[in-house]
Design a protein around this ligand. Structure first.
Ligand code: GUN
Length: 297
């Protein structure tokens, strides 16, 4: 039976390490600050935003949440972003996605100052990641890399198969894990909706990352014995036996895959807490970077 990789414990470990850096910045009068912008009433987004700001408060990171109605215009949202860019007390800006359909997400993300882009979504930061320059990188892939290393399943020399080519997870993770260096050095295959015979690829994974956004698609006969499985999915499936009428599950059929895997992340309690820990990490990093560049003129 597989080892369960405890994302909550590892995220807590990272947050404890961050505390000292937050205190160092606070003592220098530069308390890191994260501003989160939420547009509309998407319930899942509301929950995510609450978890992010709660985590910031626990670490002594200042945070505020700007809540805007769903009919907010693109121009008004750009104004909000501009004000946060100009506010020297703010080190990290996060605009929660998805945005309402009438707002162009790319335009908003591109308006965030790259130095404050703690999501790592700005094209400048994506480009820097691609060419191997040090920069702010997306939180979920960073959390997956950290989770693998800290749980003793470092990706170096391994065949990592990523199912899903999203801009938030699959693509940046593939870039990160193929880089030269002790924390990466993996051989990576990306599978997606255009992949024929998905199982023929997933069965060859030493490390399988499921980030396709469909409940319990990865089943036992799609993996080899001894695989390490990282489940990025967060899906609600109807379940009349629960009080809420649904349960939250990943992209992996946990019970069947668990019997073949060497290690597996649970949902919830796997990748989710790591994403938040890495957002805190990026906020502290942004504050340190901004602090360093302002003190050198
Ligand atoms: N919506 C789902 N995941 C994310 C994320 O990592 N960042 C932002 N800004 N929105 C999201």
């Amino acid at each position: 039976m597989a080892e369960i990789i405890d994302g909550r414990r590892i995220a807590q470990e990272i947050k404890s390490e961050l505390l000292a850096r937050v205190q160092f910045l606070a003592a220098a009068g530069r308390t890191p600050k994260l501003s989160v912008v939420l547009v509309g009433e998407n319930v899942a987004s509301q929950i995510y935003v609450r978890m992010k700001t709660k985590s910031a408060v626990e670490l002594g990171i200042a945070s505020d949440t700007i809540i805007l109605p769903s009919e907010t215009s693109e121009e008004s949202l750009l104004d909000v972003v501009d004000k946060l860019n100009a506010d020297t007390a703010v080190h990290g800006i996060l605009v929660q996605l998805p945005l309402p359909a009438h707002i162009d997400e790319n335009r908003i993300i591109s308006a965030i100052s790259p130095e404050k882009d703690v999501d790592g979504f700005h094209p400048v930061n994506r480009g820097k990641l691609l060419v191997g320059e040090n920069t702010l990188v997306p939180c979920t892939p960073l959390g997956i890399q950290e989770l693998l290393i800290r749980s003793g399943h470092a990706p170096a020399g391994k065949h990592v198969v990523i199912v899903g080519r999203s801009k938030i997870v699959g693509l940046p993770l593939a870039t990160m894990l193929t880089q030269k260096g002790d924390r990466a050095n993996a051989t990576v295959t990306i599978c997606h909706t255009g992949t024929s015979n998905l199982s023929s690829f997933t069965r060859r994974a030493d490390i399988l990352v499921a980030a396709l956004g469909q409940a319990e698609v990865i089943v036992a006969d799609m993996v080899q014995d001894g695989v390490v499985v990282v489940d990025v999915g967060v899906n609600r499936v109807g379940d009349s036996s629960t009080e809420k009428g649904y349960r939250v599950t990943g992209d992996v059929d946990f019970d069947s895959v668990r019997s073949k895997a060497a290690a597996i992340t649970p949902v919830p309690g796997g990748v989710g807490p790591m994403t938040i820990a890495m957002l805190m990490h990026n906020t502290v990093q942004a504050a340190l970077n901004i602090s360093a560049s302002s003190s050198t003129g």
